[in-house]
Ligand binder design. Structure first.
Ligand code: NAP
Length: 323
């Protein structure tokens, strides 16, 4: 329908234009890939910075319907990918560095390539939030981590701190008791955001101790290139002290991966993409699904559901455009 001059600028032909590109390979991206592949749209999935998304960093998933005994997160997400590939979804490693949604077809910078696509599904998810402490970044990989399943193993027999009061923190703390001699869960409030079942399970674990109304002011010791202690402050008493620990695992939520759309798509105050009717952005032909646009539910199953919706809307959009 509406091809811009840019196709000719890049020496591309009609054949090179994708029907749909999916950014992200978590639950939302894989589901969108499965549906668009089965609709014969030959989707291209750009895997993104964290292939497999958050599920690939988790352990047992007990609340994805269809698995009465639960399923390991990495296995679930790998199965989704295989299913999409079976119907012809094309996966490429890497990430989209820039997107120009003002052109038709849309243009995506991918390495040295420009990928052109008639529709775009943004399923780029959300990445771990950090505390922003002075020494935090310098100690990542040396005792500071946001991924218990990746790094827990290195702290066998050690005392570990987990920060946060939501389900992620509970899950991390429980998982880390496989390795650690003791896990201290540090939370800034007395109330927990975590679901009752996960909170109860964590409380019942004899290796886990709770420290509430407490914030981390810094992590030590950059000089030794390892975590030796956390500088803590109790918000009620104002007391500060150095709390010995060999690692600090963060479970304090996530930040949506939507930065490259700044100024092109609407975001809320926390950077989540704003969508109407579940998956529509303000640019026709651009849809968003999963955690990049969902600050409310943020579940594997809801991400998969919205990936399906985005795929069905892509089909409809292309059909309406005569493709
Ligand atoms: P979350 O529910 O947003 O909880 C984040 C926690 O981190 C909150 O307790 C928050 O404290 C704390 N926090 C945030 N910023 C902080 C800061 N700067 N300093 C100190 N503490 C800070 O995030 P989540 O735990 O990652 O969970 C996200 C979603 O995924 C939820 O819907 C959850 O149910 C789901 N999830 C499910 C499972 C499962 O079912 N297996 C596992 C993990 C996650 P405040 O409470 O004071 O704000």
């Amino acid at each position: 329908m509406y091809f811009s001059e840019s196709i000719y600028e890049h020496g591309l032909t009609n054949m090179d234009i994708r029907n749909v590109v999916i950014m992200g390979s978590g639950c939302a991206g894989h589901t969108a890939a499965l549906y668009t592949a089965r609709a014969n749209l030959k989707p291209l999935v750009i895997e993104g910075h964290e292939p497999g998304g958050q599920l690939s960093l988790t352990t047992l998933v007990e609340n994805f319907p269809g698995f009465p005994e639960g399923i390991q997160g990495p296995e679930l997400v790998e199965n989704m990918r295989k299913q999409a590939e079976r119907f012809g979804a094309d996966y490429r490693m890497g990430h989209v560095a820039k997107a120009d949604l003002s052109k038709r077809p849309f243009e995506l910078s991918f390495g040295k390539e420009i990928i052109q696509t008639r529709t775009l599904i943004i399923a780029s998810g959300a990445s771990a939030r950090w505390l922003g402490l002075r020494n935090e970044q310098a100690l990542i990989g040396h005792g500071v981590s946001s991924c218990a399943t990746c790094d827990g193993f290195f702290f066998s027999g050690k005392e570990i701190a987990v920060i946060g009061g939501g389900d992620s923190a509970m899950e991390e703390a429980t998982f880390l008791t496989r390795f650690a001699s003791k896990v201290t869960l540090i939370h800034r409030r007395e109330q927990f955001r975590a679901s009752k079942i996960m909170l109860d399970r964590t409380r019942a674990n004899p290796k886990i101790v709770f420290l509430t109304d407490t914030v981390v002011e810094d992590v030590l010791d950059v000089g030794k290139k390892e975590v030796t202690a956390l500088r803590l402050r109790n918000l009620k008493s104002g007391e500060s002290w150095d709390f010995p620990a060999s690692a600090m695992f963060l479970g304090i939520g996530h930040i949506p991966n939507a930065k490259i759309f700044e100024g092109q798509l609407e975001t809320d105050a926390d950077g989540y993409l704003v969508t109407q009717k579940n998956v529509f952005t303000r640019v026709p032909g651009v849809f968003a699904c999963g955690d990049v646009q969902d600050r409310r539910y943020r579940q594997a199953i809801t991400a998969a559901g919205s990936g399906c919706m985005a795929a069905l809307e892509v089909e409809k959009f292309l059909e309406d455009q005569g493709h």
